[in-house]
Design a protein around this ligand. Structure first.
Ligand code: PLP
Length: 378
């Protein structure tokens, strides 16, 4: 690790412990589908997916794009892979050739699939619109697509899915339940016309944790797998129901000091001269900036951990650099390890803390860590 300047560590034990806890929660009959889109939520697709695949042969994998799906196949993942996002009509044959399951919600996609020659069956998951008004079709659209699929021997309607609008944002079950009811009405209507989707799914982490009835045949497990809570409301909802669930964050983000310097009182630090020292100050220059995913809103706001102590960020975060105040931390030297996210000694900077500083959610903090930074499984 000495040769690394800016890297992400993934705690294998934490990741696998989270997986095991969700396996126990969901029970053996429910398929768990780790959502490994966006570079496995910033944790590293190439590192995380093979590790999970080896740990549990029964897993499916969920990704957003065709290229992510092809990458999983290139990594040797043979388990079922479901693409959650749109595949360009001109590339559907590639998805079929790699045996990637498709989420469909456009008749155009199904008609394009009808025109391509595939060796095997292409399995489709129909996305139902139940009130999020993102991807998805209503009852009429679902019936049309299902009818098209049923006439094509090489297409199979394997499942129906939907996605909750506010399950992480509320402790109230009212809107999620209304979505679930709409979902069920469409499935019942499909069944009444002879369609038989067998792998149905609606649950993300928050739903799986709080509403057992949402687990259906498959759980799309994202943020919780990585040991992060979907929201405070999810924690509260569980607590209100008298239930406990432990999650272990798997990701730490680290860097090293590239220069230590003392500057006199009254010195400006960084672009825009937004910080001026009030005393003789020792600064540690860090090789991390907004390009690496360390948000510019952390300027003059965040702290990092050095020698187990908090070192405040001074001045603006630059593209590839930022400066931390180490005046009160004795012994700081060149190439000392710095924790941007994670634990050091008794201190901890959580993804939630970083999210609060920049006005976003933990999901965005971890997914925006530059995918080019090395991911090391420890
Ligand atoms: C369609 C879909 N299902 C499941 C998930 C996973 O959600 P979570 O990370 O909250 O578990 C996502 C995440 O964005 C998603 O878009």
């Amino acid at each position: 690790m000495k040769s690394l300047l800016n890297w992400v560590e993934i705690d294998r034990t934490a990741l696998l412990a989270n997986l095991r806890r969700f396996r126990i929660l969901a029970g053996p009959a429910v398929i768990l589908m780790p959502v490994v889109k966006s570079n496995a939520y910033g944790h590293g697709l190439a590192e995380v997916a093979p590790l999970l695949a080896a740990a549990d042969r029964a897993l499916w994998f969920g990704v957003n794009s065709l290229d992510e799906g092809l990458r999983l196949r290139a990594l040797g993942i043979r388990q079922p892979v479901l693409l959650l996002g749109h595949v360009p009509l001109s590339r559907l044959a590639e998805a079929a050739a790699a045996d990637l399951r498709l989420t469909v919600y456009n008749q155009e996609s199904v008609r394009a699939l009808l025109r391509i020659k595939t060796a095997g069956v292409v399995r489709l998951h129909l996305k139902l619109e139940t009130g999020t008004n993102r991807q998805g079709v209503d009852l009429a659209g679902a019936l049309k697509i299902a009818a098209l699929v049923s006439r094509a021997p090489r297409l199979e309607l394997e499942g129906c899915s939907t996605h909750f609008a506010n399950i992480e944002d509320t402790t109230s079950p009212v809107y999620p339940r209304s979505q679930l009811a709409r979902y069920q009405r469409i499935i019942d209507a499909l069944r009444a016309r002879g369609h038989d989707p067998k792998v149905n799914h609606v649950a993300c982490t928050a739903a799986a944790l709080v509403f057992p009835e949402t687990r259906r045949q498959l759980v799309r497990l994202g943020i919780g797998l990585y040991g992060l809570w979907p929201s405070r409301e999810t924690m509260l909802s569980l607590a209100e129901r008298g239930r406990k669930f432990a999650l272990a964050p798997a990701l730490s983000w680290k860097t090293r000091i590239v220069q230590v310097k003392a500057v006199p009182a009254g010195s400006y630090v960084g672009y825009g001269c937004t910080y001026r020292t009030t005393r003789r100050t020792k600064l540690a220059v860090l090789p991390v900036g907004y390009n690496e995913g360390y948000d510019r809103k952390l300027s003059n706001t965040a702290h990092v951990l050095i020698r187990g102590k908090r070192a405040p960020i001074r001045g603006r975060v630059c593209m590839n650099l930022c400066m931390a105040d180490v005046t009160d931390i004795p012994g700081v030297k060149l190439e000392d390890e710095v924790v941007l996210l994670g634990k050091q000694g008794k201190e901890h900077v959580s993804a939630e803390q970083l999210a609060a500083w920049i006005g976003t959610i933990n999901y965005e903090v971890v997914t925006r860590i530059n995918p080019l930074l090395p991911r090391i499984v420890v």
